[in-house]
Design a protein around this ligand. Structure first.
Ligand SMILES: C[S@@+](CC[C@H](N)C(=O)[O-])C[C@H]1O[C@@H](n2cnc3c(N)ncnc32)[C@H](O)[C@@H]1O
Length: 265
């Protein structure tokens, strides 16, 4: 197949890179992600790819928004999968870049599967997932000797009804990180409390983590819905539940809104 693009005649099938952009700070982009961006013929990016990272896209490479926000998808997943296949068959090297890590609540598996099934050469470039980047920026270690022996990443938003085992989650007694949880904070608090977690369990809301506008709001599980409402927490935000949250007052570099320690800055 011959396709003219940027005055180059393509005689071969291109390749698709599913790239993780990390949570927003361009310094958290991997060296490999930056290298493939610099070699791309076409870039397709999500809404969670920060402005600072978009500024690193080479100016000569066409870049299109293909993001999804709640109830507003710029392109259906199926159509996007088909577009990736079509453009790769035209010989283009495509970077499909997403927030965080493509394989953590990022639909990277679905996109890779569709490419593999179509016989397209594809590779995943992992990124720093927001649970890791944002908690670090907030001074919260995901595990800490004496406080938490593990960590579970949970989505609060399912394609269909959520089928989480709340008794197991509450019974783990270790760090829980909820993605896409802001609009369901009431349900999260209610389920964890009714399955035995203490109302005083520390929680953190981290909004716009790893970006200049990051906000950390720290309090207790029983007040989670009130915190979201009072501070008008908006997506993207993570909810971190567990004793490790109390480390933020000692480990965070900058000021945090810390209701546990009564030091609001
Ligand atoms: C569709 S999931 C994508 C997760 C992504 N693949 C990752 O590994 O971080 C979107 C959710 O990730 C979380 N998230 C992503 N970036 C974030 C950020 N910079 N600050 C806070 N939460 C973030 C939020 O919970 C958001 O609703």
């Amino acid at each position: 197949m011959h396709v003219n693009d940027n005055n180059k005649t393509k005689l071969h099938t291109g390749k698709v890179w599913l790239v993780g952009a990390g949570p927003g700070d361009p310094d958290l982009l991997t060296v490999k992600a930056l290298r493939v961006l610099q070699q791309a013929d076409l870039i397709l990016f999500d809404n969670l790819v920060s402005e600072a990272i978009r500024a690193l896209f080479p100016k000569s490479v066409p870049a299109f928004y293909v993001g999804k926000v709640k109830d507003n998808h710029s392109i259906a997943q199926q159509d996007l999968n088909a577009l990736l296949v079509k453009k790769a068959r035209q010989g283009l090297n495509i970077v499909r870049i997403k927030g965080g890590d493509p394989f953590v609540f990022g639909r990277g598996g679905e996109e890779l599967l569709s490419l593999v099934q179509a016989g397209i050469d594809a590779e995943v470039v992992p990124g720093v997932t927001s649970a890791s980047g944002c908690t670090t920026a907030a001074g919260i270690p995901l595990t800490h000797r004496g406080l938490s022996q593990g960590c579970t990443f949970v989505t609060a938003h399912g394609e269909t009804e959520l089928t989480l085992n709340w008794a197991s989650l509450a019974g783990l007694r270790h760090t829980l990180v909820f993605y896409m949880g802001v609009s369901r904070c009431g349900m999260i608090a209610e389920k964890l409390l009714s399955h035995g977690l203490s109302p005083e369990t520390p929680v953190a809301l981290i909004e716009n983590g790893c970006r200049p506008e990051q906000r950390d709001i720290i309090g207790s599980l029983h007040e989670l819905p009130t915190l979201v409402q009072t501070y008008r927490v908006q997506s993207p935000a993570l909810i971190v539940v567990g004793d490790v949250v109390q480390m933020a007052s000692q480990l965070r570099a900058g000021p945090a809104l810390d209701l546990l320690n009564q030091s609001c800055a």
